[in-house]
Write a protein of this length. Structure first.
Length: 254
């Protein structure tokens, strides 16, 4: 008959002269020691690394490890996991990593809030929808839908255009910077296709010429032979080639 069992064991209530493991309240502990301590952790468990800095001590198998007498943690097969529930289930990831929804992966946290997948903490590889990756800075920028825009603040609002272009007044498109004076719309930097009111395009499109009016009663010409606006007592013909006197404006019963 046994009068005293060894550490972590107690006399059996079923079999005389037998010692059985002391019931253990420590999670993942296989054999408890005295005073609420653990002697042997269950398979695939070890002492939590944050409980103590003492080196791991192997016991009955390579998968049963302890480094203190107070807690058994799970041996973790998940990269960058700090604390595991089981070999394939993580509860807390290392710094700069976050836990996936199914708790099976520790995903690198991105310093860029608009990054979906990171290569490193500061380098992005895939951006979220609505953003595009700048290959030089590895930063996610607003995906720009404005042609010839270098930097967009929103998808349809351009702040900086590429070289040779400038933002429109509403910042919703980039217009070609025109070197032709009085040009309203350029085909190239030095070729105009439409001049401002009071000017017309020269034959080679490189100059906007003053539209000197040779038409009676015309105050603003598109070209020397085409009127844009007549004076107050005339009305413009349908073909813009003449100003027809409107005598009703100055003579009653005319």
């Amino acid at each position: 008959m046994c009068f005293q069992c060894g550490s972590g064991f107690q006399p059996s209530t079923t079999f005389v002269s037998q010692c059985v493991p002391t019931p253990c309240l420590i999670l993942n502990c296989l054999v408890c020691g005295p005073n609420g301590t653990c002697s042997i952790c269950k398979s695939y468990s070890n002492r939590s690394s944050f409980a103590t800095n003492t080196s791991f001590l192997n016991f009955t198998s390579n998968s049963s490890q302890v480094n203190s007498n107070s807690y058994c943690g799970s041996v973790c097969a998940i990269a960058n996991c700090l604390i595991c529930y089981s070999p394939l289930s993580c509860s807390v990831c290392n710094n700069q990593y976050y836990l996936s929804n199914d708790s099976t992966t520790c995903v690198l946290t991105c310093n860029d809030a608009n990054c979906l997948t990171c290569l490193t903490y500061t380098n992005c590889s895939i951006c979220i929808n609505g953003y595009q990756l700048n290959i030089n800075t590895q930063i996610c920028e607003v995906q720009c839908l404005v042609n010839n825009c270098a930097i967009c603040s929103y998808s349809t609002v351009c702040q900086v255009c590429v070289a040779g272009y400038q933002p429109s007044l509403m910042y919703n498109y980039c217009s070609l910077i025109c070197s032709v004076d009085f040009c309203a719309q350029c085909a190239t930097n030095s070729t105009c296709i439409q001049c401002k009111t009071g000017f017309y395009v020269s034959a080679n499109g490189t100059v906007c010429l003053p539209a000197i009016c040779y038409l009676d009663n015309c105050v603003s010409c598109l070209t020397s032979t085409t009127c844009n606006q007549c004076n107050s007592i005339s009305q413009l013909s349908s073909n813009n080639l003449s100003c027809i006197s409107n005598c009703l404006g100055i003579i009653s019963n005319c």
